[in-house]
Ligand binder design. Structure first.
Ligand code: GLU
Length: 259
């Protein structure tokens, strides 16, 4: 493998929990094992859902757990211009109807400069497949989908693609809850002529009720005092042997193979 740049892209909607730690650890170790770079991007795109102070808390928690990122942290809240420019290069239409179903939407007329408060959709219509490094071949039909919401916010799918390209990301390792977003992201990369990315989706952490750990399912915040134990718990979830070092920094270095 040649160049490798990985990343961790948390949304500051609350503190990190064990599920986020698994995603961070999986991407970090993969990057270090490939002799690659590892970047952090704060996905504070959906401003109404962002919690004040959460971005800072996330970065300090990552530091405390021993993660070291290469280069400045990117913030999606500062990237509006780049998203706008990308949107103008996509074949899109403005959807002004209130119908939920695509089949009954009559709005599919190409526009050039999306303006005004209505949702903007990209024309889909092809099947996208990719080889996931964990799950194997995965493919899905990509239909029209929203790239800018009616409230003016850019969609996660668009922002992620524009940012991964800007940051030179070659490899994405993240939770399997995002597996079925990937075809839409590859579709946008193709439309925008961006480089291909390799993907590895890792199984998400579930609670005793079988729900994915998240803020909605009230996953507890990572306890700094238990950093080493939590890193080992995340490693166990990923099917790795536990590390023995005492402190989180040393432990993380050991998990990444003493790079
Ligand atoms: N910000 C997204 C999340 O926290 C992750 C995006 C990604 O890894 O592509 O779920």
């Amino acid at each position: 493998m040649g160049e490798y740049t990985g990343r961790f892209a948390p949304s500051p909607t609350g503190p990190l929990h064990l599920g986020s730690l698994v995603a961070a650890l999986a991407s970090y170790v993969d990057a270090r094992q490939h002799g690659g770079k590892w970047l952090v991007r704060i996905e504070d795109l959906d401003t109404p859902r962002c919690v004040p102070g959460a971005a800072d808390d996330i970065l300090r928690t990552l530091e405390h757990f021993g993660f070291e990122w290469d280069g400045p942290v990117m913030f999606q809240s500062e990237r509006g211009e780049a998203y706008r420019a990308a949107l103008e290069r996509l074949p899109v239409y403005a959807c002004t109807c209130s119908r939920k179903s695509l089949d009954s939407c009559q709005c599919r007329n190409l526009i050039h400069k999306p303006e005004g408060m209505h949702s903007v959709r990209v024309f889909g219509g092809r099947t996208i497949g990719f080889e996931d490094r964990h799950f194997g071949w995965f493919e899905q039909q990509v239909d029209d989908f929203v790239v800018r919401r009616a409230d003016g916010l850019f969609a996660y799918q668009l922002a992620v693609v524009v940012d991964d390209a800007e940051q030179g990301v070659t490899d994405i390792v993240r939770g399997s809850d995002l597996l079925d977003s990937t075809p839409r992201q590859i579709f946008l990369q193709q439309e925008l002529g961006m480089p291909k990315i390799r993907y590895k989706h890792v199984p998400v952490v579930r609670n005793a009720d079988g729900e994915k750990l998240s803020k909605q399912t009230l996953a507890p915040a990572l306890d700094w005092a238990l950093a080493a134990a939590l890193l080992n718990q995340a490693a166990l979830h990923l099917g790795w042997p536990p590390a023995e070092a005492a402190g989180p920094r040393e432990l993380l270095r050991e998990l990444a193979g003493g790079f």
